[in-house]
Design a protein around this ligand. Structure first.
Ligand code: PRP
Ligand code: MN
Ligand code: MG
Length: 180
């Protein structure tokens, strides 16, 4: 897989160091509380798994799977719930865990949904933020790294469902896309 990479943007060590820092910060922020971490499938899986191990307060975890229509071409902003939470959100301190924020459409939908369900608070932690991709105004409460407006893969991020299992984040060689 490494041969498919044009460039490694963020190494495994850099990611792990950042995840530790984010875990410490979140532990301090929610000290004495019992937040609900909501991982957004599938991309958030590696980040979620690593992050919770760096948090030293009690947390509950749950997952949502959503898909947005017209992604890449015409983004309608319409998001479909493929798998909903099993947990009641009312009165909870919700922390949405994402691998990347691009257009912001997925997250703005989820934030509104959890507010509608009467969450006590809703915050967002994302490993990667791509501000140049934004279609809606959305600033994450915590972001690990800012990435350029390029197609990045690894550590949960896929190209045609591949590369999610890389421990680092990088950019593919152009010939990898051309075959598809
Ligand atoms: C990707 C990524 C985020 C979302 C960000 O997920 O994991 O969830 O897109 O894009 P946005 O800010 O433009 O909404 P995707 O829908 O590709 O599903 P996946 O996580 O299963 O790969
Ligand atoms: Mn995703
Ligand atoms: Mg994807």
């Amino acid at each position: 897989m490494k041969n498919d990479m044009r460039e490694i943007l963020i190494t495994e060590e850099e990611i792990q160091e950042k995840v530790k820092l984010l875990g410490r910060e979140i532990s301090n922020e929610y000290d004495g509380k019992f937040p609900l971490f909501v991982g957004v499938l599938k991309g958030a899986l590696p980040f979620m798994a690593d992050l919770i191990k760096q948090v030293d307060i009690h947390v509950e975890i749950d997952f949502m799977d959503v898909s947005s229509y017209g992604k890449g071409t015409v983004s309608s902003g319409e998001v479909k719930i493929v798998k909903d939470l099993n947990t009641k959100v009312e009165g909870r301190d919700v922390v949405i865990v994402e691998d990347i924020i691009d257009s912001g459409l997925t997250l703005s939908y989820l934030i509104e949904l959890f507010k509608y369900r009467k969450a006590k608070s809703v915050k967002v932690v994302t490993l990667l933020d791509k501000p140049e991709g934004r279609k809606v105004d959305l600033v994450p409460d915590r972001a690990g790294f800012i990435v350029p407006d390029e197609f990045v893969v690894g550590y949960g991020l896929d190209f045609a469902e591949r590369y999610r299992n890389l421990p680092y984040v990088g950019v593919l060689k152009p010939e990898i896309y051309e075959g598809e």
